[in-house]
Design a protein around this ligand. Structure first.
Ligand SMILES: [Zn+2]
Length: 226
């Protein structure tokens, strides 16, 4: 019987599905032909998989402005994708809600020019998705469930210059792993029992995460074989 990568429990056959890493939603239709399929997947319960769906949409749409800022070419691809997805009524209502969340003035009451909108991201929702992706990558690498509890660090980094020194070293000295580098790639190493992940989304922003070793191994060192 398989283990669920998201909760660590056994999966009964009738409850089994696959979780895509990263979520399938993250692949804009315009880029699908460039993807070296098969998609990465890990086993999960249907219920665990379903639980993240809304947060994944939130992540994709709410952080899109960061991609548009940093990588205008990819920003255009994502915006085209968004226009296409608007034809789906459920997605359209999500986007409508997103636009209503964007404010035209700053907290101190300054009115922003029409091209600038302020938005505050719900950190819990975006971190929830980043943590889940780390669980999936860990499962993909080791076939073992990674609980969220030992997560010691989860940070959204908009610019490479803002990376903490350790993550900058990882970025410079390890190869990214990906099936579609324009969409998502990851770097992963373990040093002194601390598992470090660097995720790059749409070549626009990064998430850096660190987890204590779930089995408490303090001297564990691991690098993905090249
Ligand atoms: Zn589960």
């Amino acid at each position: 019987m398989k283990i669920c990568a998201l909760c660590g429990d056994m999966i009964q056959e009738q409850d089994e599905t696959v979780e895509h890493v990263p979520p399938k939603l993250f692949y804009p239709k315009g880029l699908r032909p460039t993807i070296r399929e098969p998609f990465w997947t890990v086993p999960s319960h249907r219920a665990c998989n379903e639980k993240y769906r809304m947060d994944e949409e939130y992540f994709y749409y709410f952080l899109m402005p960061l991609v548009i800022n940093e990588n205008s070419e990819m920003g255009k691809v994502l915006l085209d994708d968004l226009r296409e997805r608007r034809k789906n009524p459920q997605t359209a209502s999500m986007i409508k809600w997103l636009l209503s969340e964007m404010k035209s003035e700053t907290p101190s009451g300054i009115i922003l020019p029409p091209s600038i909108r302020r938005f505050s991201v719900n950190q819990v929702r975006v971190q929830n998705v980043a943590l889940k992706i780390a669980q999936c990558i860990y499962f993909k690498e080791h076939g073992i469930f990674l609980p969220k509890l030992p997560c010691k660090h989860c940070e959204l980094v908009e610019r490479i210059e803002d990376l903490q020194p350790l993550y900058r070293l990882i970025l410079e000295h390890t190869q990214p792993v990906s099936i579609a580098p324009d969409v998502f790639n990851y770097r992963y190493i373990c040093v002194d029992g601390m598992h470090h992940f660097g995720f790059m989304f749409w070549a626009g922003y990064m998430f850096c995460l660190a987890f204590d070793d779930p089995e408490g191994r303090k001297d564990l060192i691991w690098m993905r074989p090249q």
